[in-house]
Design a binder for this molecule. Structure first.
Ligand code: GDP
Ligand code: MN
Length: 374
């Protein structure tokens, strides 16, 4: 789940990290009122994408009237394909320097990675390419955590002067919030050193692991719901894990691992899957609903049914698909590969009731489906 700037800053604030005072506004009038209460402000587009600064989505306003005008201009904009529906009207910061700070899941070290650069404001990829000496990174052993001594070690040799102490404190805070909220990414760009010596987050990007949302209920309400397609909504209502894709080979398999393998083999054979859908585990009795869902995707031209039974019985799954096939009576070709528990019975049922011969090898079933979809 992604959190836009203002939502991310709320999360920081709730966790005890001080952020500039600000208000979310949906109209020029609201922005004017906010600026009247706050003083000189910065008006910032709230869209789930960076580069707002470069697109004119961040404007300084010294008076309430200027804030209204800035909000008026920004609210009409579209940034990175997103129409701007709200602006953050925030107390203006007297920036002395801009830094970059982030904590993120790092696949390479298989651990959290704390990143810091004295070059804030620009894209971190650009910093890494042009000013690598300004960039510091530290992989964190989650059993030991990331404390003040680690932060000081990370910052060693960077010319931070007096700011080294508050910056180190901020990095420790960011790691704490990242862990507390099961984040995948917490990025502050810029992390500003103010004229009065304080170090504050001026921007915030937060992504929380969707699998952890059940225990992040207190902040989940602040995040932006991932938009689901109509079919995905239907899958969710049925408690089926369905993801709509753009290909034309429908995939119905049991277990997430086998489903992803099936999708990989579809791609390997030169095709593109039209969905992810797995009916493993407790969902193995939902063959009918599942098939209906896969076939409802208008792009689907052929179907692979790939079952591998261990605890889940392939004859039960095949029975559901056969029943659904007879009910829905689809015109697209279907290719079966069935192995494991209940295999003999399942193969016999498919052969006798649908008049289709399951393939012995999964690769052959998938290649045939890819070919048929062309
Ligand atoms: P992004 O471009 O979408 O990442 O938006 P940011 O929130 O990072 O803002 C872009 C730039 O606007 C920052 O790097 C700052 O230079 C500037 N900016 C943001 N807030 C303030 C502020 O309160 N005062 C001043 N002077 N500049 C600001
Ligand atoms: Mn930024």
């Amino acid at each position: 789940m992604n959190f836009e700037e203002q939502a991310g800053k709320s999360v920081l604030s709730r966790a005890g990290v001080s952020v500039p005072q600000g208000r979310l506004c949906a109209s020029a009038q609201e922005a004017e009122e906010a600026a009247r209460a706050i003083g000189p402000v910065v008006v910032k587009a709230q869209v789930p994408t960076g580069k707002r600064g470069k697109s004119g989505g961040v404007k300084l306003a010294a008076t309430p009237e200027e804030a209204a005008a800035a909000a008026q201009a920004i609210l009409g904009m579209e940034i990175g394909g997103f129409p701007v529906a709200r602006v953050l009207v925030e107390e203006q910061a007297a920036i002395a320097r801009e830094f970059y700070a982030a904590v993120l899941n790092d696949p390479a070290s298989r651990s959290p990675l704390v990143l810091f650069s004295t070059e804030g404001g620009m894209d971190i990829e650009e910093v890494a390419a042009t000013r690598p000496e300004s960039l510091r990174r530290m992989a964190v052993d989650i059993r030991k955590g990331f404390g003040p001594a680690d932060a000081r070690r990370l910052l060693l040799g960077l010319d931070l002067g007096e700011a080294a102490v508050p910056v180190a404190g901020m990095l420790v805070d960011l790691y704490r919030v990242y862990r507390l909220h099961d984040a995948e990414l917490l990025e502050i760009n810029p992390l500003a050193l103010l004229a009065d010596g304080r170090v504050v987050p001026l921007d915030c990007k937060l992504t929380v692991d969707d699998s952890a949302l059940y225990r992040q209920a207190d902040i989940a309400e602040l995040g932006a719901k991932e938009p689901l397609s109509a079919l995905e909504e239907r899958g969710r209502a049925l408690d089926l894990k369905y993801i709509e894709l753009e290909g034309n080979v429908g995939v119905l398999a049991n277990g997430a691992g086998l489903t992803m393998t099936t999708m990989d083999v579809v791609s390997h054979a030169g095709g593109r899957p039209s969905n992810f859908l797995e009916i493993g585990g407790e969902a193995y009795t939902k063959g009918t609903e599942a098939l209906d869902l896969v076939l409802s995707n208008p792009g689907v031209k052929s179907l692979v049914v790939n079952f591998c039974g261990a605890f889940a019985r392939t004859d039960v799954m095949a029975g559901g698909v056969i029943q659904a096939w007879k009910t829905l009576n689809p015109t697209i070709p279907v290719f079966f590969s069935i192995h494991g528990t209940g295999e003999d019975e399942a193969v016999r049922m498919v052969r006798e009731e649908l008049g289709i011969e399951p393939y012995d090898r999964m690769e052959d079933a998938i290649s045939a489906a890819v070919e048929a979809a062309r």
